[in-house]
Design a protein around this ligand. Sequence first.
Ligand SMILES: [Zn+2]
Length: 50
Amino acid sequence: MCSTGGPIDVELDEGLKGKKYRCNDCGAVFEAVGRHPVCPSCQSENVTEV
Ligand SMILES: [Zn+2]
């Protein structure tokens, strides 16, 4: 018996999904990817995930 390894389940669904954030300075709601989202309207980093 050669070992071929079994099927590997890899879930990549979450990889490129953006999260929604709301800017605490100007109130804009936007989607961003990454750990340091920045408001596209006022460039503030003072945002909260929603
Ligand atoms: Zn803003």
